[in-house]
Design a protein around this ligand. Structure first.
Ligand SMILES: NC(=O)c1ccc[n+]([C@@H]2O[C@H](COP(=O)([O-])OP(=O)(O)OC[C@H]3O[C@@H](n4cnc5c(N)ncnc54)[C@H](OP(=O)(O)O)[C@@H]3O)[C@@H](O)[C@H]2O)c1
Length: 292
């Protein structure tokens, strides 16, 4: 298939582009700068110049393609930037989905694993639609609701940490904070669990969803169901030669309350239905790549 990819230079997107090309697909990829266009060309993709807010460019990309993978997302930097990024992502999904309605072609988008009280969340649990990122859940739900109108829309839900070479996600934020403060800190008692996946394993699931996920379905890119946050901080502290200590959740800024939650997630259904088998290092193994 010729696949139109947005966010193809990111941690996940660059792995997705490589995975598609290695499996016989062609890639047309959105590029908002010369640097991104060059990186995509070097990777073997055809760049299409534009921003996520250029809806006509998105429609043109989708019209040329046999399928779409939507990964681009702006910034979590501050509440204003986050609100803009959520609005842009919602409009982009509406434009991409609108272009493909009636075609039966696949449109795979990204989401996050939800949390469920006292058990790992599953693919059947609904996405949260309120709170600071609830708008992302609402956009994904709106896309999946287009499924009966001839759009093979699906969502691949990411765990809290998507990592590669010891970097990325919530664990990466803990590492950054440890470097800044001199303490490998964790909120609460550290027994709360976060799920994780290696970016290269997540990329395989995006390809499988593109190739075969039925319309309106959701999938969990979860390799580690839940690593205790104290264990994550333990590896970070050892690699950086820093003390590992509990730290008040307020010290983690807006992420504090989310960092403090126990939020394991299961991928049993995804593995059984799509035949996905993660093979790359677990988060705790990958964090051994952190350099002091
Ligand atoms: N990494 C994680 O742990 C994680 C966890 C859950 C969900 N996710 C979601 O998964 C998706 C991909 O994540 P990632 O970690 O690969 O992201 P990333 O490394 O931050 O990359 C973001 C990508 O989006 C592109 N982009 C950003 N703003 C854009 C704009 N205005 N116009 C066009 N392109 C734009 C960037 O292009 P440039 O080359 O121009 O920078 C880049 O390719 C995102 O939606 C993210 O929120 C990630």
């Amino acid at each position: 298939m010729l696949v139109f990819v947005t966010g193809g230079t990111g941690t996940i997107g660059s792995a997705v582009v490589a995975e598609l090309l290695a499996n016989g697909h062609g890639v047309l990829a959105l590029a908002r700068s010369d640097g991104s266009a060059r990186a995509l060309k070097d990777a073997g993709a055809e760049p299409l110049r534009g921003e996520i807010a250029d809806l006509d460019v998105l429609r043109a990309g989708a019209a040329r393609a046999d399928g779409v993978i939507s990964l681009a997302f702006g910034s979590y930097r501050d509440p204003g930037a986050l609100a803009q990024a959520i609005a842009e992502e919602g409009a982009a999904l509406t434009a991409l989905g609108g272009q493909l309605i009636g075609s039966g072609r696949p449109l795979v988008t990204v989401s996050g694993t939800p949390w469920a009280p006292d058990r790992p969340s599953t693919e059947a649990d609904p996405l949260p639609t309120d709170g600071p990122v609830g708008g992302r859940g609402r956009s994904v739900n709106a896309l999946l609701e287009l499924a009966p109108r001839g759009l093979r829309a699906s969502a691949v839900r990411m765990p809290r940490t998507v990592h590669n070479q010891g970097k990325g996600g919530f664990a990466g934020l803990l590492t950054d904070q440890a470097r800044r403060t001199g303490i490998a800190g964790y909120p609460g008692d550290g027994t709360q669990r976060w799920p994780a996946v290696h970016a290269l394993d997540a990329a395989v699931l995006f390809r499988l969803a593109l190739e075969s996920a039925p319309a309106g379905t959701s999938w969990h890119a979860v390799a580690d169901e839940g690593d205790a946050v104290r264990d994550i901080a333990g590896v970070i502290g050892r690699r950086l030669g820093l003390p590992v200590e509990p730290v008040a959740q307020e010290n983690f800024g807006p992420f504090g309350p989310i960092f403090a939650m126990d939020q394991p997630a299961s991928s049993a259904h995804t593995r059984a239905a799509l035949g996905w088998r993660p093979t790359h290092p677990s988060l705790l193994e990958d964090l051994e790549n952190i350099q002091p």
